[in-house]
Design a protein around this ligand. Structure first.
Ligand code: NAD
Length: 503
């Protein structure tokens, strides 16, 4: 596709749109229409065509879902089960996902433009593994015995927080669904989940599988709909105990404000980023170019931890620029069902237009376009891998999160300069360092204010490894046991002790 990219044409489709089985809200174990009866279109970004109409939930539907989740929490079995029983049901849920890998991967590809082969081999199998990881933790939730300083004995109990609201974005519909759902199920919470309006399909399918696995009615509810209506109803709700939000920094701010203005519910925020990748002179050029490209083109740049600011030390700058140009031009853009393709379409027209506007800003601000900088194909939302050189730290393309396949390439001289410029951002989600020098790696990794640092690798995610932001990238962690603790309260129980021979 396009003059400087290989690949398929958006009009050649490798897999037809699947039959969509679930299009309604999932409340109290049943698929139901929205109270208003309204629906909205979910669109295939390969073509811009409608895949299905989905029930549009609003405040009244959120109220019903919260009522169901509240009843399931206050009176239902889920929080009262032994952890092992929750774990057993979660394992069954994971097995059901394994039995439907292909169908689920297709849904995320047609809805969000994710690479099908990747979804089938990685995303969907990994969400089943994520469920198993937390299923294994469900019967190992325990507090501490406290050594008090006077005649008191005390212990802590870890209790589920209660009813949760999970609001998620569209870029990793399955991964982010389970980043929230798995630890909160293990903790014994009940929940209302709002997937992004762009990608509602797999979330509804997961609700169906949860029921088949034996998750009791009311524990897991899915409300499809828009942010300003259904999303806001969740964040303002007086009977939701915590909102876990993943999305943009702007909306994260609104969610926090809503919590403050309603019941002071707890909030955790996984927000945007403008992550630096710092490449030192001693780097292997080939490996550095591969990681830099992957860091910004993976999932068409629609990833919060994209390495959208690449700082290259002056000694290897020219050589790296040549390598990047060569590799970017060979990067295959096209239908995400095509196994040769490495980059599918942007999620929707709005995102596509936003990225193209930023590319225009880059050109107007005086950066030099090395590759791409234009749409590809005559159908769907494809954009060529774009690299800008001669970028200055104060240009918009170096400051704002673009969330698209656009790299800002910059040169630096010293380690001190690299650290200072890497930190010169309001975000703090991730960073990458490429060097063979352990001392440089240690100094830089400890100096960068970000939640995840990858040394000589990028996107090295794992369910064991907590992940989240510093600064305006948010607070709270997904993955690892930290995510489980995010959905637990600590209760201290204290009694006096009399006539003890020791404290
Ligand atoms: P978004 O903030 O527009 O939407 C995210 C979710 O919030 C959607 O479900 C949306 O419907 C809902 N929403 C919108 N307005 C709302 C409101 N007023 N009240 C409550 N909910 C509302 O973000 P997006 O465009 O879907 O996703 C892209 C953003 O997500 C990027 O900034 C990206 O960096 C971020 N993101 C962060 C992480 C992370 O882990 N830090 C992961 C993925 C994406």
């Amino acid at each position: 596709m396009g003059s400087d990219c290989n690949g398929s044409s958006a009009s050649e489709s490798f897999v037809k749109t699947p039959t969509i089985k679930f299009t309604k809200l999932f409340i109290n174990g049943e698929f139901v229409d929205s109270i208003s009866g309204k629906t909205f279109e979910t669109i295939d970004p390969r073509t811009g065509e409608v895949i299905a109409r989905i029930a549009e939930g609003d405040k009244e539907d959120v109220d019903l879902a919260v009522k169901a989740a509240r009843a399931a929490f206050d009176n239902g079995p889920w929080p009262r089960f032994p952890g092992a029983e929750r774990g057993r049901i979660m394992m069954k849920f994971a097995d059901l996902i394994d039995q439907h890998v292909e169908e689920l991967a297709i849904l995320d590809t047609v809805d969000g433009g994710r690479l099908f082969n990747f979804g089938k081999a990685v995303d969907i199998p990994q969400v089943a593994e994520n469920l198993r990881y937390y299923a294994g933790a469900a019967d190992k939730i325990h507090g501490d015995v406290l050594k008090m300083s006077r005649e008191l004995q005390a212990y802590t109990l870890l209790e589920p927080i209660g009813v949760l609201g999970h609001i998620i974005p569209w870029n990793f519909p399955s991964t982010l669904f389970f980043a929230k759902v798995s630890p909160s199920l293990a903790a014994g919470c009940t929940m209302v989940i709002k997937p992004a309006e762009q990608t509602p399909l797999s979330a509804l399918y997961y609700a169906h599988l949860a029921k088949l696995a034996g998750v009791p009615d009311g524990v897991l509810n899915v409300i499809t709909g828009f942010g300003q209506t259904a999303g806001a109803a969740i964040s303002y709700h007086m009977d939701i105990d915590k909102v876990s939000f993943t999305g943009s920094t702007e909306v994260g701010r609104l969610v926090m404000e809503a919590a403050a203005k309603s019941n002071l519910k707890q909030v955790s925020l996984e927000l945007g980023g403008k992550s630096p990748l710092v490449i030192f002179d001693d780097a292997d050029i080939n490996m550095a170019a591969d990681l830099a490209l992957l860091g910004v083109l993976y999932n068409k740049g629609e990833i919060c931890v994209a390495s959208s600011r690449v700082f290259v030390q002056e000694g290897i700058y020219d050589e790296l620029v040549k390598k990047l140009e060569e590799k970017a031009k060979a990067w295959v853009v096209g239908d995400p069902f095509d196994p040769n393709v490495r980059q599918g379409p942007q999620v929707d027209k709005q995102q596509y237009n936003k990225i193209l506007t930023y590319i225009d800003h880059g050109k107007n601000e005086g950066a030099t376009l090395l590759t791409g900088g234009k749409p590809l194909g005559n159908k769907g939302y494809y954009i060529a891998p774009t690299i800008f050189t001669d970028v200055k730290d104060d240009m918009l393309i170096a400051k704002d999160e673009i969330f698209g396949p656009v790299m800002a390439l910059m040169k630096f001289k010293t380690i001190e300069e690299a650290i200072q410029r890497a930190n010169n951002t309001r975000y703090g989600l991730a960073a990458g360092i490429i060097t063979k020098d352990l001392n440089v790696a240690n100094t830089v990794s400890r100096s960068i204010r970000a939640g995840v640092i990858w040394i000589n690798c990028y996107f090295a995610f794992d369910r064991d490894c907590p992940y989240g932001g510093y600064k305006m990238s948010g607070f709270g962690r997904d993955f690892g046991l930290e995510a489980l603790h995010k959905y637990l309260h600590t209760k201290s129980v204290v009694t006096p002790i009399y006539n003890s021979p020791w404290l």
